[in-house]
Design a protein around this ligand. Structure first.
Ligand code: GMT
Length: 374
């Protein structure tokens, strides 16, 4: 199979999922073409079956906004014709699904199939914006196959855009189970915490939807009860606000900013608890990556989080903003070594049994085969 995959290259779940899928397809011998405006950060290693195509967007004084969707459609059409692609797979509907639709019209090949994977904010935030919503609905409807990363996201999409439920397949995001266990000593706890101190961790793009100030406030309550450090991974618009809250709470010496880290598995092996109190999370890939490294997750009961985390077994979920409850659950786990150990084992087991590559990739293969024969 020859497949073109378009995605955002920046740090974010959709780019990670697209990259990991590309690697798995390439490992199985498929020819994969990545269409993105930069090399996605998880695709920095050379792979003979992966070809990278940069999207160029002409900048002219006339354009207040560079027409990225058109540059992408042009490149998609060119790559689809030159390499005789079977499938164009758009990750994140806005504008990738629309560009793919346009490319298919340009190529004029019925054989070229369009697949769209919905990730979350493309439906809940950007896609639902009235300035795009009709185009997003149209592009989803025109795709030959559509997947959503959780049942929650499928249902939300069908409601928001009045789309039939059977138009969308749910295929969960996956993790490489080996990564969760390799290099167990790569992260040295002593680098971040003194003997006896617990380590809490959060990783995100620090957008308002992640409620990163809640992370700090949860940590502060934990810190009042036991010695602990907070590791913050990632960069984004709320970082300055978070730094201010840390100063106001007087916990500067206990919080460590690590900036953007491409592969966080090694680092996760130092963490005792992963915090993800987001306002919205269609799936919560960061939580799954933590569970893969046997780290229990404390977070918010939002979106698809309950499909990833088994509340009371692999972590705890509370309504958005329930900082005290999230802190108390963290304290409870950290003060009960046997319970913590059980949650760690449960987290790892759930990640491997439900979300490992060998569980999810057969679903992708079946899905692609069905689309190709449609
Ligand atoms: O969460 C973000 O801001 C990034 C966003 C993205 O599109 O890259 O993540 C979304 O897709 C991920 C991969 O499918 C999901 O794990 C995240 O839950 C989802 N984010 C939201 O729904 C807010």
């Amino acid at each position: 199979m020859k497949i073109g995959i378009s995605c955002y290259p920046t740090h974010g779940g959709s780019g990670v999922v697209a990259s990991e899928l590309a690697i798995q397809l390439a490992n199985s011998g498929h020819e994969v073409h990545i269409l993105s405006y930069a090399t996605p950060f998880r695709l920095t290693e050379y792979h003979p079956n992966i070809l990278l195509h940069d999207i160029e967007v002409g900048i002219y004084p006339l354009f207040k906004y560079p027409p990225y969707a058109l540059g992408l459609a042009t490149k998609m059409a060119e790559v689809a014709s030159d390499y005789k692609l079977d499938i164009l797979h758009a990750h994140y509907a806005v504008p990738h699904a629309t560009s793919a639709y346009l490319a298919k019209q340009i190529v004029g090949e019925d054989k070229l199939k369009i697949v769209t994977t919905l990730h979350g904010t493309d439906i809940t935030l950007t896609g639902a914006d009235p300035s795009f919503s009709r185009v997003v609905k149209f592009s989803i409807e025109q795709s030959d196959g559509v997947t959503a990363v959780s049942n929650y996201l499928r249902d939300r999409t069908c409601e928001e855009f009045e789309i039939e439920k059977d138009k969308i397949d749910v295929i969960y995001n996956f993790i490489d189970a080996n990564r969760g266990m390799r290099r167990p000593t790569a992260c040295k706890r002593s680098q971040y915490a003194k003997n006896g101190e617990k380590i809490l961790m959060h990783a995100s793009n620090f957008r308002p939807v992640k409620r990163t100030t809640d992370v700090v406030r949860i940590f502060q309550k934990v810190r009042e009860q036991l010695p602990a450090k907070l590791l913050l991974v990632g960069e984004g618009p709320d970082r300055i606000l978070v730094q201010q809250v840390i100063r106001d709470l007087g916990i500067k010496d206990d919080v460590i900013f690590l900036g953007q880290v491409d592969f966080i598995d090694d680092l996760l092996k130092c963490a005792d608890i992963f915090l993800l109190p987001s306002e919205q999370e269609s799936f919560g890939l960061a939580a799954l990556e933590a569970m893969n490294c046997a780290v229990p997750v404390i977070g918010a009961t939002t979106g698809g989080m309950g499909e990833v985390i088994n509340d009371g077994e692999t972590g705890f979920l509370f309504p958005v903003g329930e900082i005290a409850a999230m802190a108390n659950a963290s304290i409870d786990l950290l003060q009960n070594p046997d319970k913590h150990k059980l949650f760690k084992e449960n987290a790892r087991k759930r990640a491997v049994h439900t979300f490992a590559t060998d569980v999810i990739m057969p679903q992708w293969n079946q899905f692609y085969e069905r689309v190709l024969s449609s």
